[in-house]
Design a protein around this ligand. Structure first.
Ligand SMILES: C[S@@+](CC[C@H](N)C(=O)[O-])C[C@H]1O[C@@H](n2cnc3c(N)ncnc32)[C@H](O)[C@@H]1O
Length: 224
């Protein structure tokens, strides 16, 4: 398969798994989220004290609601209309917007923080999104990305498409999508190529396993 077919497969998979995903998130079925990564991303956003947040690839909207509960105004966008409907029913500002739209400059406002929680899963589209990021961030703004920790890359430790799997999820999930793995140095190079600078890297630990549950990158527009 070529890259664009993999990217299409990612979006197709999310269209198909709206109900299963919404149940999994709202039913606290993903233990690493409950024990580590939900709090980690909320804390990373709160640490920036943003007045405005864009949640890119927001899914069913839990993070927008969590931030609202802390007095932080956030808008969630996602390519899947059915996820945006699920999110909107619970209240909050949600809109349908694809990464392709974002990359084309169709997000109209500058924000203090763009957060991408396990939502940057592709290859070229991730570069397209990151290249559009500096124009969307306010002067002191940050983009915060939580993604799979490289410790779980499997072998070999190099960039590449990985087969998707719903192992550990309910049997309601279907059509696992491929995802594109990047090494740490590759992420750093990508940020630099896209006019961004890595400010901080966090590795939230799962105390039960003693292993990192994820990696969080905090990046800002590179200053000349
Ligand atoms: C693993 S889910 C994470 C959802 C949410 N951020 C969370 O923490 O629960 C990945 C999300 O990325 C969204 N997504 C994937 N490709 C996208 C694209 N091209 N444009 C916009 N959203 C996309 C999916 O629809 C899905 O909601």
């Amino acid at each position: 398969m070529d890259d664009s077919r993999y990217e299409d497969a990612i979006v197709r998979s999310w269209h198909k798994n709206v109900d299963a995903w919404t149940s999994a998130v709202r039913g606290a079925e993903i233990s690493s989220r409950v024990t580590v990564t939900d709090a980690a991303i909320v804390n990373a956003v709160v640490a920036q004290a943003p007045k405005s947040v864009l949640d890119l690839g927001c899914g069913e909207g839990w993070l927008v609601r969590a931030l609202a509960g802390l007095g932080i105004a956030a808008t969630g966008v996602d390519v899947v209309p059915a996820l945006i409907s699920k999110a909107s029913v619970r209240g909050g500002d949600f809109r349908v917007l694809s990464y392709q739209d974002f990359a084309a400059g169709r997000w109209p406002l500058k924000v203090d923080c763009v957060v991408c929680n396990f939502s940057l899963l592709g290859k070229d589209i991730v570069g397209d999104v990151l290249r559009a990021m500096p124009a969307v961030l306010t002067e002191q703004g940050h983009c915060i990305i939580q993604t799979l920790h490289p410790a779980y890359a499997g072998e070999p430790y190099c960039d590449g498409w990985r087969e998707g799997s719903w192992t550990g999820f309910s049997s309601d999930f279907t059509e696992p999508a491929p995802w594109y793995f990047r090494t740490l140095s590759s992420w750093q190079q990508l940020f630099s190529d896209c006019g961004l600078q890595l400010k901080e890297m966090l590795e939230p630990l799962n105390n039960e396993t003693g292993k990192p549950a994820s990696v969080i990158f905090v990046v800002a527009a590179a200053k000349d």
